[in-house]
Design a protein around this ligand. Structure first.
Ligand SMILES: Cc1ncc(COP(=O)(O)O)c(C=O)c1O
Length: 420
């Protein structure tokens, strides 16, 4: 088989890092190392510029008969087109909101209007609570929740259990594309297929996956997919994809004056226009990264696919270094896939515990040395409870992004070795 340009595409780290002004900060005289991407990534200069430029030049509400308002309408339309390229859908299937959690609560209220006693929703122990609690809220309407088990040894979903829990009573399967705690990438395409076989809809939380891999909602055939732009180098906003037929059929709770046209009927009140301007800029940044890695790409969508090819290659190389270094630390336990041959099934997000050190202690000591990591449950509460680490402070999470370097991974490992 010929090797494609995408398979060999590499990240030009110097070019990438020059785009992100925050990466040059220091802490206590040490370079800041951002390993907190799963909680929120850094933004390139062009995102900052787009937000400031909107506020300086176009600050207005929508649908007015004057220049700045028309420019605001155009800003929103451009961001919708950018996110359509990002997710592989049409622009009228893209709705903006404050964050994924708010969009998911709104969607659960709307979907809940069609559900009643006897209907079932399938959720998983691997998911962030934002893809659990909004659906659990429908228990008030008599809906039954079925939780899918995990394989504890590598924190992957138990697909047999999942298949057995999706039945003719299932109306919705809500599942994460990737775990924000342990990095597992789920076989979303197969899960959507199993849901559709029983006539259920599939709701995909792609918040954690979005900075690491290309999304193609048509290939997945999912009914809904949500992500948050602040996790992939953009501003603090959420984005929802919905199949056109669902966005038209379902009834949102909304004010009368808001149009019934899609996607606007799924957007409530005045949106954060300056951040929406930033969304176009973050998608353009990723497309430029793709053009930089594979100069022959044509469309923006092709450039985004090239970007994610290069991101994947870079992150996988760093992940191999990180995990082999971590596993050599005495007393360290890694949660999630540790087998190199299985690395295509995980993101470079690593959860560990080290005997004799709480995750908070490790994160604090690393933080003093300039390494930004997370401790706790990161709202993946079902997982920390299921693995019985919730009462002991959860995990230490190290999250790599494409702007991290091999030198940063090496220095993190030596800092951890010296702490323990
Ligand atoms: C996997 C996952 N899903 C959902 C969320 C919630 O996203 P938001 O903050 O946009 O509501 C997060 C945030 O950390 C997440 O990591």
């Amino acid at each position: 088989m010929p090797i494609t340009e995408q398979e060999t595409a590499v990240i030009d780290s110097a070019w990438v890092r020059a785009q992100f002004p925050s990466l040059s900060q220091t802490v206590n005289g040490q370079p800041a190392v951002f390993l907190d991407g799963p909680g929120g990534t850094q933004v390139p200069q062009r995102v900052i510029d787009a937000i400031a430029s909107y506020l300086r030049n176009n600050n207005a509400n929508t649908c007015g008969a004057y220049a700045t308002s028309r420019n605001t309408d155009a800003t929103i339309a451009a961001a919708r087109a950018a996110m359509a390229d990002f997710m592989g859908c049409d622009a009228d299937e893209v709705a903006f909101g404050p964050n994924m959690t708010t969009l998911t609560f709104a969607m659960s209220r709307a979907i809940g209007r069609e559900l009643s006693t006897g209907d079932e929703i399938v959720l998983t122990h691997l998911d962030h609570d934002a893809n659990v609690s909004p659906w659990r809220a429908l228990e008030e309407r008599g809906v039954t929740i079925r939780m899918v088990e995990i394989h504890e040894e590598d924190c992957t979903l138990d697909m047999e259990d999942l298949a057995s829990k999706i039945t003719a009573r299932t109306r919705l399967v809500a599942v994460g594309y990737a775990s924000n705690a342990v990095g597992t990438i789920n076989d979303v395409k197969e899960i959507v297929r199993l849901a559709h076989l029983q006539g259920a809809m599939a709701y995909i939380d792609a918040v954690h996956y979005a900075p690491h891999g290309a999304i193609d909602v048509r290939a997945l055939d999912c009914d809904f997919l949500v992500c948050s732009t602040y996790k992939f180098f953009g501003p603090h906003m959420g984005v929802l994809y919905g199949k056109r037929e669902h966005l038209q059929r379902l009834q949102p709770y909304k004010v009368r004056a808001n149009t019934n046209a899609i996607p606007n009927r799924w957007e409530w009140g005045t949106l954060n226009h300056e951040c929406i301007a930033g969304i176009s800029a973050c998608v353009e940044y990723l497309a430029d990264l793709g053009r930089h890695a594979s100069p022959s790409v044509g469309t923006r969508r092709a450039a985004l696919l090239a970007a994610f090819g290069a991101i994947h290659n870079h992150e996988q190389a760093l992940l191999r270094m990180l995990i082999s270094g971590l596993l050599a630390i005495p007393g360290l336990k890694l949660y999630g896939i540790a087998e190199v041959r299985q690395f295509d099934r995980r993101c470079p997000t690593v959860a560990v515990r080290i005997k004799g050190h709480s995750p908070l202690e490790l994160a604090t000591k690393l933080g003093e040395r300039g390494f930004f990591t997370w401790d706790g449950n990161y709202y993946a509460l079902n997982l920390t409870e299921r693995l019985d680490v919730e009462k002991d402070g959860g995990f230490l999470r190290i999250g790599l992004a494409h702007y991290n370097t091999a030198e940063e991974v090496e220095s993190l490992l030596s800092a951890l070795r010296s702490i323990v």
